[in-house]
Write a protein of this length. Structure first.
Length: 330
């Protein structure tokens, strides 16, 4: 069992949430706290939905900082994302190239060692002789993904952020269900050599992180804290929604925006900042989708020593507060 502490990443926490000794940018409502606690107790993923830029992904960092779970593992979803990508990657080409180079340096015929890598999972007894150092190096070509790293057995759980599930193919949500239900997965490349090498060290998604895999199987001890963000652009499968908890995150109000700016920007006059927040909310409520970081960008420019002059400020502000959905109609 892995008992080492997860790596810390206070720089990332500070970038997203502000310094630890400042007020939190978003004061969670009772419903938000209840749903987060329920997800922890029930070992269920938490889907956080809402418009872009309102702080959905920051919730995973808030949970991790408050519970002391260390660095947040992040899996950014694209249209090509697959379950295997989130679990692990095997660089077969790199291993073949190194084996060929090693064979050439020893005067052996190229391709001798790579043949052992193509042995079927249940054909251990039929495998040709393999040099010990060839198997020992197998782990060098396996990299666990964010989900695969989150499921490593640890005393305390890891925080996993699966960002923008809407972008994924419809099959990904269904594929995730079995992993979430079982809390384990198998690495065939390691399982097929388990009789000769039961424990193999591989790379993890943490910087310079490694883990020892036993018999090619990974099973979590403490289910990870899984936060899945959704912009509501696609309807998720009912079976997937049934096995997750769903939190519809509201847009931040004036107090929460003020706390966000105070956490990220210590300088700035209160009157000017209050006016900025009031105008931002008025524009957002007038019929557009604005992200909180758009307000942060404008306040940073407004308070910068070499910021824009008064004449160009309104024009610049119009560009900074461009609605996120304007590009779709153009």
């Amino acid at each position: 069992m892995i008992t080492t502490e997860p790596p810390q990443d206070e720089a990332e926490f500070t970038r997203r949430l502000g310094p630890a000794d400042t007020p939190v940018a978003r004061e969670a409502s009772s419903q938000e706290r209840d749903l987060v606690n329920a997800a922890l107790f029930l070992r269920r993923p938490l889907i956080v939905a809402g418009p872009p830029g309102i702080g959905k992904s920051s919730l995973a960092h808030c949970i991790s900082r408050e519970l002391g779970l260390g660095r947040v593992l992040r899996w950014s979803i694209t249209s090509r994302s697959t379950l295997k990508e989130g679990l692990y990657a095997y660089d077969a080409i790199g291993r073949v190239q190194e084996a060929a180079a090693r064979s050439a340096s020893r005067g052996a015929a190229p391709g001798t060692e790579p043949a052992a890598a193509s042995v079927e999972p249940d054909a251990d007894a039929k495998a040709p002789p393999v040099e010990p150092d060839s198997l020992q190096s197998l782990g060098e070509y396996i990299q666990l993904g964010p989900l695969g790293t989150a499921l490593l057995p640890r005393v305390t759980p890891r925080a996993l952020l699966i960002d923008e599930i809407d972008k994924a193919d419809t099959d990904l949500a269904g594929d995730l269900l079995s992993v979430f239900e079982d809390g384990e997965y198998r690495i065939p490349e390691l399982a097929r050599v388990r009789s000769r090498l039961p424990d193999i060290e591989v790379h993890t998604d943490d910087p310079d992180g490694t883990a020892v895999i036993h018999h090619g199987r990974v099973r979590c001890s403490a289910f990870p804290v899984v936060v899945i963000t959704s912009n509501g652009e696609r309807t998720l499968p009912p079976a997937f929604l049934r096995r997750c908890l769903y939190l519809d995150l509201p847009a931040p109000d004036a107090g929460q925006l003020a706390a966000m700016l105070a956490a990220q920007l210590s300088h700035g006059d209160d009157e000017g900042r209050t006016t900025m927040i009031r105008d931002f909310l008025a524009r957002s409520q007038a019929g557009g989708t604005l992200a909180a970081d758009q307000l942060l960008n404008s306040e940073y420019l407004r308070t910068a020593p070499a910021g824009p002059g008064r004449q160009s400020w309104n024009e610049l502000l119009h560009a900074l507060w461009r609605r996120l959905d304007e590009g779709e109609s153009g």
